[in-house]
Design a protein around this ligand. Sequence first.
Ligand code: KG4
Ligand code: ZN
Length: 334
Amino acid sequence: MKDIYILGIETSCDETSVSIVKNGTEEISTIILSQMEEHAIYGGVVPEIASRMHVENITLVIEECLKSANMNMEQIDAIAVTYGPGLIGSLLIGTVAASTLSYIYKKPLIPVHHIAGHIYANNLGNEMIFPLIALVVSGGHTELIYMDAHYSFKRLGGTLDDAVGEAYDKVARVLNLPYPGGPMVDKLAATGEPTYQLPIPLDDSSYNFSFSGIKSAVINLVHNETQKGNSIIIENLAASFQDRAVTILTKKTMAALEEHNVENLIVAGGVAANKSLRSRLQELCKEKTYNLSIPDFKYCTDNATMIAASGYFVCKREEKGGYDLQAKASMPLI
Ligand code: KG4
Ligand code: ZN
């Protein structure tokens, strides 16, 4: 069978990334240009700055990716691009770049949902085994998804309010930690003890989550203690928040595997980089002899490698976009 090379483009937030992936699993080359430092001084991503920087960088990143792969556009079979969800201005830069390449080089244009991309980060190196449960944990999503084949997504449940990454970022902010907050809370939690009393959020038999209550509980606790002139042991507060978040994520994930008689678990999205979540899932899956796939750290947060990998399976379904492909700020996976 002929090898298929997909060039992926990801610009949904503050990373300009381009990658070439062979047959949906083998990374040939990836370039990620992070704008993190640019946004850090504002304490979060400034959409206007993000789109402007994507405009400045996208051509260079495409050229650099082809150069490091030692390939040219003629050798590319299709162009995959994140068309949503994300920041609309940022998405537009990626979709316009991809449509232009597709038009000039007469290559199919493959629209990829950002969350499908995160899921397919688990297909890099080793192919995913079905049926599986995907725990999707990012800055905008917290979902449990059942898959019995490629691109067959059945949503079991998800957050009713904040995504877990969003809660991490807000907790980081109230603890005066620099942006991006999630990795900082993770790091701090590793040196603390979960001594603060916080609720376990939405501890019921559903596959839904709720992180806004625990986020508010942390914010209120900090404000109350500050007003009383008491100091906060931030390592312990970070550890307490992380303990509750990881407890509920792992509890519902293990219940979903058991109830659906599934032995394969994959984890997707930026929060998959969380050390406590990774180690607790490793322990629990080992106990149950379930297969666990968590992407390497570099594939957990936004990158185009996952978009190119995912694009291969969209391509196989013969779903192609036209040159009028529309970027969408919000869009459900299913
Ligand atoms: O998947 P991602 O890069 O972007 C979205 O699609 O949202 O995820 C970013 C989210 C942010 O909320 C960030 O704080 C969180 O992932 N994150 C973490 C860790 N690394 C990134 N949260 C907890 N622990 C981490 N180590
Ligand atoms: Zn993402």
